[in-house]
Each structure stands twice: as structure tokens, then as C-alpha cells.
Design a protein around this ligand. Structure first.
Ligand SMILES: [Zn+2]
Length: 285
């Protein structure tokens, strides 16, 4: 899966650090990242290469001994740039859509990129206090933003969601999303609502999207999925009662029961959804 970067190791313990010469710097403009990418190698600018720009930095995490930082252009730099265009341009680097991180072959670097973008979105949307409107200040002991005026504390936002493999004997339920760029078969999925546990999310989402009941809900694995700011939790479960599908057409374009032999997909080594489908196809569940 996307987070499986062995033999590299991801270290996300919080440290209050400033960047040094060869540390990697992540710079985002909306949904684009400043990278050097030729379809094979993926590289980020180093602190050295950014010396001409006035920026503020947040330490993000390390992979092995390499440190990654988020750079924010200074207010002055932003003021001097046309709205809608990036304020930092570097020779040899281009702004690429963060979707490249889904398939870029330098997997640990791609994981760094998309994880950094998740943190960037959080810093970006919490510049001001949601209670009183004051500018938020980063804490020095943990990854938290606080309001010096009303003491509101904000921690990184991670939205839990479930992925569900519904089994019916030798068949699994697969579906296609309506109106999304991803057009391959997927499993039923949905965000956990306030006041419910993950198992209740599983039963509710399956009922809402395809109108069937499930039982024997069992946990499989989880996955950080920064593209939607979520922690995905995978569950398998069994059909309980009628297998008649009633499609929620606002969410799904189609859904149906597939035997192991009928599954037209191969492993992508990226998503939990795909791994779960492959586990079924190979007869492991
Ligand atoms: Zn406040």
C-alpha cells in the first residue's frame, strides 16, 4: 500500500526544528507541489536552493535520516505575486498536481509528498482561530496550533472512513463511483459520522449505498489516505439476508456481485481497497 515504504522508515515524532542546507522543502500551491519529476525520479528542492526566498518553515517528518519541511512564502512575497499564481519559482522545478504522488515510482518520496500535502492543507485552513478570528500560532512542543487570544487549540485533522468488502459465498460486492475521476471498480466506502463506531459506519454505508444488510463485521487493516485527509479502516463482512441491490445513484454508478474469477483487476500496491479486492481474488478471505 502507499504507506508501505520499507526498507525506508517514516518518523513523524514532532520536533521543533529549522531546516539545514540539504533538508527537503515542500512547497505547495493549492493542489500542486513544486517538484522535479520526469516520470521516474521525484525530487524536492533543498533548503540551499531556496535561500533567495523569504519563507517561514514547519518541520514535518523524516524518512530515514532525511528531514522534510513545509515552506510558506512570506507575506511580502505573497503580496508581490499575482493572486492565483505561485510566489516561488525555481529553475528545473515545476508545479505538478499532487495526484502524481499516487503513482510516482520513488514510493517513499511520493508518500512524503502526499503526507506533506495533508499537513499543508491543515496549516492552510487553520491560519486564523475559528472561535475569535485571531491569527493562530504554532506550539513548540507538539503539532498543535493555538490562539493567543482565546486559547483555542487545534490538532491535525484526520477524518476516519471505512472500506467494506461485503462477501456472499464465492462473491464480493464491487461498485463504481458516480461522477469521480477514479472509474475502476472499488468497494463500498464512507466517512464515519459523529456518534458512531467504525462497525456501525460499515453497516450504515452498505445499507445507504446498496440497500443490503451485513453481519460478521471483521477488521482487516488500515491506511493513511492523505488524498482525502482520512484514515481508512478496512473491514470484511458477510451478506445478511437478501442479495438484491438497490443502488444509491447519487453515490454509485453501478454495483454488483463478482466471483473471484470475474474480478478484472490486478494489484496496484497503493490502495487498501485494491489490496482487499486482491485478497479475495486470491482466495485469502
Ligand atoms: Zn481564538
Amino acid at each position: 500500500m502507499i504507506q508501505d515504504i520499507y526498507p525506508h522508515a517514516y518518523h513523524n515524532e514532532y520536533h521543533d526544528l529549522q531546516p539545514q542546507e540539504n533538508d527537503f522543502i515542500l512547497i505547495f500551491h493549492k493542489n500542486k507541489a513544486l517538484v522535479r519529476y520526469n516520470g521516474e525520479k521525484l525530487r524536492y528542492p533543498t533548503f540551499n536552493e531556496l535561500k533567495g526566498f523569504e519563507c517561514a518553515y514547519h518541520y514535518l517528518f523524516s524518512i530515514d535520516e532525511y528531514k522534510y519541511f513545509l515552506a510558506y512564502p512570506s507575506e511580502q512575497l505573497l503580496k508581490n505575486t499575482d493572486q492565483g499564481t505561485p510566489s516561488i519559482l525555481l529553475s528545473g522545478y515545476r508545479y505538478e498536481d499532487v495526484r502524481i504522488f499516487r503513482s510516482a515510482p520513488s514510493k517513499h518520496n511520493a508518500f512524503a509528498g502526499i503526507t506533506a500535502h495533508h499537513l499543508f492543507s491543515w496549516y492552510q485552513s487553520n491560519q486564523f482561530c475559528g472561535c475569535c478570528g485571531q491569527r493562530m500560532v504554532p506550539d513548540h512542543n507538539e503539532r498543535m496550533l493555538y490562539c493567543p487570544s482565546c486559547h483555542n487549540m487545534v490538532y491535525p485533522k484526520i477524518s476516519p472512513a471505512v472500506i467494506v468488502g461485503v462477501l456472499n459465498g464465492n462473491k464480493i460486492l464491487m461498485s463504481k463511483y458516480a461522477g469521480r475521476p477514479y472509474t475502476n471498480y472499488a468497494l463500498i466506502a464512507g466517512f464515519t459520522e459523529i456518534g458512531e463506531c467504525a462497525e456501525q459506519t460499515v453497516a450504515r454505508e452498505v445499507m445507504e449505498e446498496v440497500g443490503i444488510k451485513v453481519k460478521n463485521i471483521r477488521y482487516y487493516k488500515s491506511q493513511p489516505w492523505a488524498f482525502s485527509g482520512s484514515l481508512l479502516m478496512g473491514f470484511f463482512c458477510d451478506l445478511d439476508g437478501s442479495d438484491k441491490i438497490t443502488l444509491d445513484t447519487s453515490e454509485l454508478a453501478e454495483a454488483g456481485w463478482f466471483s473471484r474469477e470475474e474480478i478484472p483487476l490486478e494489484d496496484d500496491h497503493i490502495s487498501l481497497t485494491r489490496e482487499m479486492i486482491m485478497q479475495f481474488k486470491r482466495g485469502n478471505v
